[in-house]
Design a protein around this ligand. Structure first.
Ligand code: SF4
Length: 464
């Protein structure tokens, strides 16, 4: 699915918000920081919390590396291309170090490459994986004391990263990580290695933060985790994931609750029942399948078969209100035959997803699939990806076209430079671009009638 703001937008006018117990944190003369983020929503939210730690230590955030005394780069290594970018970006930062700037690498590439980063880029002073973010204050103190080789690379932890201050980028929708790391062992994935073991945040702490968010004016909360529905409350309350969803939706002021990413093996009927019973839980589930072939799923160590996955889909299709379903698919996994790929295509026909994120398999360091034989040539992976995406494009066009004439609630998140044009998300996570004569709609909920549809977004008009 596309992001909103398909057309050029004015910068959001409302300032970013801070949440947390120390909202009035001192902004002191310690220095300035620039933080650049790549990768998933978890990384985006980690950066919001890292920024919060820095702000509470008296740093000030700036818009360019030139204006910063501390440059931080939060990295992603889920695909080879993303990891390659890191060293080219660090090359760009090299000259900045001679201006007296301190440079740090955070996130998955930091964890994966470890101290080798100091060898390849000796101008870097901090290398820190996400499982060590809790120790950031101590690491910053070391940097401030002039230490040039500071590391945080321990993944053996049962703690989650909670901050007193979080600097959120979006003024209406707040990310909130409820589970970190991953205990699954998909054979292609770096996450268990880079983010460490699965650990859940206490339910009372989550709910306290949601109440704070509501007080700050946030109306949409998105609960995050690599396997968000594997949530296991560490408190004696032992709240189930579905109970937590309902409790978050019950917080006064919260109007929409989303969650991502769900793992099919832990996707149980009580989650669907919760969505059925509470309209504030959004009617959208992202349920990555990765392949339509049970043989490939076994090789991927995905812990479910095609049929078991389809049972979860059927569970959602039987729900009392429609639920939009999106997924992730990898093509060209080692050993994927043409027949396996055909099974993935037939799965698309069977499920008719509302959105799809698709990727070519890319071998990653420290993953079991690295040792698998039978690689698929790059051109063949590209061919399969193109076929898959074309099929999904047709499906999405048809599904979106079927919505013409219907009216949906939209949280308005963007305004076009073109007069009277606005953009937002429906509860099913569709982008809806629409016309309205209203003067100011950003951050509000409006009703929009769909008048047109493309594969990636809808077009409509504001219903007064
Ligand atoms: S469930 Fe699999 S793909 Fe997802 S983070 Fe865990 S190991 Fe990676």
């Amino acid at each position: 699915m596309s992001k909103p703001f398909d057309f050029e937008l004015e910068r959001l006018t409302r300032p970013s918000s801070y949440s947390g117990m120390s909202r009035g944190a001192r902004i002191g003369p310690r220095g300035t920081f620039f933080l650049e983020t790549f990768g998933c929503q978890m990384n985006d939210h980690d950066s919001e919390k890292v920024a919060g730690v820095l702000l509470s230590r008296g740093y000030r955030q700036v818009e360019t590396p030139e204006a910063a005394s501390l440059i931080l780069y939060n990295t992603c290594s889920i695909r080879e291309k993303a990891a390659q970018k890191v060293f080219s970006r660090l090359g760009e930062y090299r000259a900045k170090q001679s201006d007296g700037k301190v440079i740090g690498v955070l996130g998955c590439v930091a964890q994966q490459e470890g101290e080798q980063i100091f060898e390849r880029a000796p101008w870097v002073s901090l290398v820190c994986g996400s499982a060590s973010y809790r120790k950031l204050p101590e690491m910053l103190a070391e940097l401030e004391a002039g230490n040039h080789r500071v590391t945080g690379l321990d993944t053996d932890t049962d703690e989650t990263f909670e901050t007193e201050v979080t600097r959120r980028d979006n003024p209406w929708r707040a990310y909130l990580t409820i589970i970190e790391g991953c205990d699954k062992a998909c054979s292609y994935c770096v996450v268990p290695y880079t983010r460490g073991p699965e650990r859940s945040r206490a339910s009372d702490s989550i709910l306290k933060e949601v109440r704070q968010l509501a007080d700050l004016g946030y109306s949409e909360v998105q609960l995050l985790g690599q396997t968000v529905n594997s949530y296991a409350d560490p408190t004696p309350r032992k709240m189930r994931f579905s109970e937590l969803l309902l409790a978050v939706a019950d917080v006064p002021g919260i109007r929409r609750v989303r969650f991502t990413t769900s793992h099919p093996s832990d996707f149980m009927p009580d989650i669907v029942e919760a969505i059925e019973s509470q309209s504030r839980l959004c009617d959208h589930v992202h349920l990555p399948v990765q392949s339509g072939s049970t043989k490939v799923l076994r090789a991927m160590q995905r812990t479910y078969s095609r049929d078991e996955y389809l049972e979860k889909i059927e569970m959602m299709r039987q729900a009392k209100r429609p639920i939009a379903i999106t997924t992730d698919i990898i093509v060209g996994f080692p050993g994927e035959t043409e027949a396996d790929f055909e099974e993935t295509l037939s799965l698309l026909d069977e499920v008719r997803y509302d959105g799809l994120f698709s990727f070519k398999y890319s071998p990653r360091p420290n993953t079991p699939s690295l040792a698998m034989n039978d690689p698929i040539p790059e051109e063949e992976k590209s061919r399969r990806l193109a076929i898959l995406q074309e099929k999904q494009r047709e499906i999405q066009t048809a599904r979106n076209t079927a919505l013409i004439g219907q009216t949906f609630e939209v949280l308005v998140g963007g305004k076009s430079r073109r007069e009277n044009q606005w953009s937002g998300y429906t509860t099913s996570h569709r982008v809806l671009n629409f016309a309205s004569q209203a003067k100011e709609l950003l951050g509000t909920y409006v009703q929009v009638r769909v008048t047109g549809a493309g594969p990636n977004s809808l077009v409509g008009e504001h219903v007064a």
